[in-house]
Design a protein around this ligand. Structure first.
Ligand SMILES: [Zn+2]
Ligand SMILES: [Zn+2]
Length: 184
């Protein structure tokens, strides 16, 4: 989407700081921080980019903290039959998912191809489904095909389960942002 206004000396062009395209003043009037490009102070962006940047700003403020602090899950890796209790968190440089328990695993975020929420208790008319887990498909460098990782929140209703549910919701939002920025 590019502005189709004809520019001259009076109608000036403005560059969106996010997509770099040219717009008239009306199409490119919003100023939003753009943290991923290190613009902490608001910069001019086109309407479509401003919307994405608002969502990212919210993500940085709220969800990132949740992902970095981690949560406890029943983790099933690949085709394994049994699950292991592990703490799953985002690495401080935000590039890896780190799984720590009796064994230790690191998955590069860039290698994750799909993120799917696992829900339970969904019936038509019964309101929203309850999020209980997440399924990730990812590629392992040097290996063929994709590997699956399954994270399930514990069954007991306690603080660690609430933390796991919040972590899953944050990861789901993160995945959406990731795909949106890949599509651009
Ligand atoms: Zn833009
Ligand atoms: Zn315009």
């Amino acid at each position: 989407m590019q502005c189709d206004t004809k520019f001259d000396f009076i109608t000036r062009k403005h560059h969106c700081r996010r997509c770099g395209r040219c717009f008239c003043d009306r199409c490119c009037s919003e100023k939003v921080p753009l943290r991923r490009m290190c613009f902490v102070d608001p910069v001019r962006q086109c309407a479509a980019c401003a919307l994405l940047s608002h969502r990212e700003a919210e993500f940085y403020d709220k969800q990132l903290k949740v992902l970095l602090s981690g949560a406890t899950f029943h983790v099933t890796l690949g085709n394994s039959e049994k699950s292991e209790t592990m703490v799953c968190r985002l690495s401080n440089n935000q590039r890896y998912l780190i799984l720590g328990g009796d064994s230790h695993h690191e998955i590069e975020i860039a290698n994750i191809s799909t993120v799917q929420i696992v829900t339970e208790g969904f019936a038509p008319g019964a309101g929203s489904a309850r999020v209980t887990g997440m399924c990730l498909q990812y590629t392992v460098p040097g290996a063929e095909g994709t590997t699956q990782l399954r994270l399930m929140a514990g069954e007991d209703a306690n603080a660690s389960k609430r933390q796991a549910t919040a972590w899953l919701a944050a990861m789901h939002k993160a995945a959406k942002l990731l795909y949106e920025s890949r599509d651009q």
